[in-house]
Design a protein around this ligand. Structure first.
Ligand code: DAH
Length: 349
């Protein structure tokens, strides 16, 4: 028995030690492939080189070294195979982990919009008038001079035009409506009485802007025509509206006024919702808040749409929607409605 190790046996022991140590450092199947080439590669693999060199050894050494080299080869291949399995399993798990779906995680809340306070007010107004049998209709914002003025008894040189500074699209012919009253005409032209409708929508006036005036704002027009309607019906409808909107005990007051398309005409107020009529800053110490204009549809207007004023009578009214929204939400600056400031809008979620 040889007690001294041959040069080749030492070389094998050295290769083994390095190969095993290197294998332990390996973290990926790619590195493992590199390792395989380093030791078993056909051209330069260290174990392959030893096996190839066997032929040059003296015959008495050849057998022992050959056996040892083959044993090392088998051992290292076994280790490589085992390491390969571990690494492939770990890589599969890591891939699964990247795709993992935790179905118990709470969902992410999607940002949700909400109704603008003006739209909400319009919806509430429509609901209240629907209770009284009014349907809600729509009409054009770009309008002709005829529907916005002339058919409403406001001829070209009428001084009432000065009250509503107009944005003209085609000067003298086409305009942005200055009032929703254009729809009185449009509705009556299309249907025979009885008529009972409201039309909410945007109106435009070329005026100086401040905390209570905007160049674009909203009105709601109301019209009722049948054979028996009177001014006290108008009063009843407006009062019911005020009470549904602002509280069951609201008082409504009518003041004589003038509008070219109604005769008689009246403006109406409600007792101040802030101070209940005692007088405060909001009602400018009058105890009353102006709500809108109204009146009995002028016979000339009825005749213009082909209604016989000896048979039919009607009333109409117009309300400012911003005014209503400002009162119900306690807002003192009209420009907030169209300012698109989220700090304002988020308060209405
Ligand atoms: N259109 C009028 C305005 O903008 C408001 C108005 C007054 C409407 C009397 C009416 C009405 O229907 O009858 O000032």
């Amino acid at each position: 028995m040889a007690t001294e190790l041959s040069e080749q046996e030492l070389a094998l022991a050295d290769v083994r030690q390095r190969a095993v140590a290197d294998l332990e450092q390996i973290g990926t199947t790619e590195d493992l492939e590199e390792w395989r080439t380093r030791y078993f590669g056909r051209e330069r693999g260290e174990v392959s080189a030893i096996l190839k060199g066997l032929g040059k050894l003296p015959p008495e050494q050849r057998k022992a070294v050959g056996q040892a080299a083959n044993a090392l080869k088998a051992e290292l291949e076994g280790l490589m195979e085992a390491r390969g399995q571990e690494l492939r399993a770990a890589e599969r798990l890591a891939a699964l982990d990247r795709e993992r779906l935790d179905v118990t995680l709470p969902g992410r809340r999607a940002a949700r919009g909400h109704i603008h306070p003006i739209s909400q007010t319009i919806r509430d107004i429509s609901r209240i008038f629907r209770l009284m049998g009014f349907q809600t209709l729509d009409g054009p914002e770009v309008e002709t001079d005829y529907y916005n003025f002339q058919a409403l008894n406001i001829p070209v040189d009428h001084p009432a035009r000065d009250m509503q500074d107009t944005f003209w699209v085609v000067p003298g012919q086409i305009l942005l409506r200055t009032q929703t009253s254009n729809n009185q005409i449009r509705i009556m032209e299309q249907v025979r009485p009885p008529v009972r409708a409201i039309v909410p929508g945007k109106v435009y006036r070329h005026e100086a802007i401040d905390a209570s005036h905007e160049a674009m704002f909203h009105q709601v027009e109301g019209i009722l025509v049948d054979e028996t309607c009177t001014m006290s019906d108008l009063r009843g409808v407006v009062t019911r509206f005020a009470r549904e909107m602002f509280g069951a005990n609201r008082k409504v007051r009518f003041r004589p006024s003038y509008f070219p398309f109604t005769e008689p005409s009246a403006e109406f107020d409600i007792d101040c919702i802030v101070c209940d009529g005692k007088g405060c800053r909001v009602c400018k110490y009058s105890g009353w808040l102006e709500m809108g204009g109204s009146g009995m549809v002028d016979p000339r207007v009825l005749r213009g749409v082909g209604y016989d004023p000896t048979i039919y009578r009607g009333f109409a009214f117009g309300l400012g929607i911003e005014r209503i929204a400002m009162l119900r939400y306690g807002i003192d600056e009209i420009r907030l409605f169209s300012g698109n400031d989220l700090r304002f809008l988020r308060q209405f979620t």
